[in-house]
Design a protein around this ligand. Structure first.
Ligand code: PEP
Length: 256
């Protein structure tokens, strides 16, 4: 049984007060005893401490949106994995399509960041996903397999216990164009088959694969009930409790 993860990627949004209020509203929904789903919020780095304070004592987990592949040192503007764990973060998003697209992160960078995050004790939420023209050219499977091969290079079976995959078709991120339930399931099944071939059947069976791309309360139940969809990575809708809480509920309903 894979415990669903509902993760909110706040991107470069919120201010200190709205971050605190949003985290408090979510923490109320996720008491420490909650064990049906995992809920993670990934605020901007400068508000991590505010959000961690608001989540304190609850089961709400807090993660980074990005981290360096380097040890702490002379890397202006970067956030070390050691700093995330020092604050109490559980996880970090690696290789989000906006990092790949706007900051030139290729699979080998995603790979070294993933290895550093794992070595630091963080759960790595590794993002993959095809562009619209790649889908239209029938290349989705090849693109996903190539991203997985590069992003997870050198990882061991043991490492995979702390890796979560997020399938985020780039054409569905922030566009309001959601993948159909069938498109999501097909991509997730392809990723799980790849995991079995690269690692083994236990890794394939245990690894959580999240869907991301315009998840909203009205499409969450359909997506999350697909057999190979183990949760969601949510952008826009994670910024409003009245949108994110029904998505958490939809995830919980799949294990009820
Ligand atoms: C994301 O940023 O990972 C994302 C999926 O965004 P949105 O839900 O807004 O499409």
């Amino acid at each position: 049984m894979r415990r669903p993860i509902l993760a909110g990627n706040w991107k470069m949004n919120t201010c200190r007060e709205s971050a605190r209020a949003l985290a408090s509203a979510l923490a109320e929904q996720v008491p420490a005893s909650r064990d049906d789903v995992e809920v993670i919020v990934c605020p901007p780095a400068v508000y991590l401490e505010t959000v961690l304070a608001a989540a304190s004592g609850s089961g709400l987990q807090v993660g980074g949106q990005n981290s360096s592949d380097q040890e702490p040192g002379a890397f202006t503007g970067e956030t070390a994995c050691e700093m995330l764990t020092d604050l109490g973060c559980s996880s970090v998003i690696i290789g989000h399509s906006e990092r790949r697209q706007f900051y030139g992160e290729c699979d080998s960078v995603v790979n070294s960041k993933t290895k550093k995050a794992l070595a630091s004790g963080l759960k790595a939420i590794v993002c993959v996903g095809e562009l619209l023209d790649q889908r239209e050219a029938g290349k989705t499977k090849a693109v996903l397999e190539s991203q997985m091969t590069g992003s997870l290079a050198d990882l061991s079976v043991e490492d995979m216990a702390n890796v979560v995959i997020a399938y985020e078709p780039v054409w569905a991120i922030g566009t309001g164009k959601v993948a159909s339930n069938e498109q999501a399931e097909e991509a997730h099944a392809c990723l799980r088959t790849w995991l079995e071939g690269r690692f083994n059947s236990d890794v394939a069976a245990a690894t959580r694969i999240l869907y991301g791309g315009s998840v909203k309360p009205d499409n969450a139940a359909g997506l999350l009930s697909q057999p190979n969809v183990d949760g969601a990575l949510v952008g826009g809708a994670s910024l409003k409790p009245e949108l994110f809480i029904p998505i958490i509920d939809a995830g919980a309903a799949t294990v009820a």
